[in-house]
Design a protein around this ligand. Sequence first.
Ligand code: GLU
Length: 266
Amino acid sequence: MNTRKEHIDKAKKIVVKVGTSTLTHENGLLNFDRIDKLARQLSDLHNQGKEVILVTSGAIGVGTAKLGIKTKPETIPEKQAAAAIGQGILLHIYEKFFAEYGQIVAQILLTKDDINNKTRYNNAQNTFNELLSQGVIPIVNENDAIAIHEIKFGDNDTLSALVASIIDADLLILLSDIDGLYDSDPRSNKDAKLISHVEKITNEIESFGGGSGSKLGTGGMYTKIKAAKIAVEHGVSMIIANGSDDNVIKDIISNKEIGTLFSAQK
Ligand code: GLU
């Protein structure tokens, strides 16, 4: 059994995924302070010699806020239009903050079709590898403007696990608005315990995520456990941690016991 430190210390290629709740304020507008700290920590990771990939949500949320619409868009075309508006804004802001730290970034937008098609899969893999070898941080999102239900990942937790497997990453860090995986719902049970290390994703662990019946589960855990299964099967360790903690990435890499680590399977 590898210790947490062994998993973290050997991680050279790292994928970080941030959710909309981490990037935006409650009114849907961008949280610049958070994005700045994210860009700073990722640029610093890169300067430490790590290869870094960012998977970001937020396009639909940011596009909706920009249009001044108060409620979440419901129809697919409405969501796609919001994503098309928001994605540009999102990248523009990332570009700006990463540039402060001298870090070049690139945009890659994917759909499930791209992963299922061998040629496109290889093309995406080559682009990632070339960007990483040039010291660039690729910023990835789902290509929401062209993806409809059948060709959608649907959630960026799954997308980030697949990206981690395409590029053969060592570690995937999922940043969300929760501290990690609990043994029961911490919102309703004050005695709920945070699980710090999952060696194997058993049925019991899956049940802590809320099971397939509930999308929300223990604070949106269902899709995160699904992502963990994809990641660990592809030899990628995964950590779920709270993105509202300003130094979360730095703390994880310096081996602070935060979040929940899922060990990569051999
Ligand atoms: N691709 C969506 C967006 O950028 C997010 C999907 C998700 O949050 O998992 O808005």
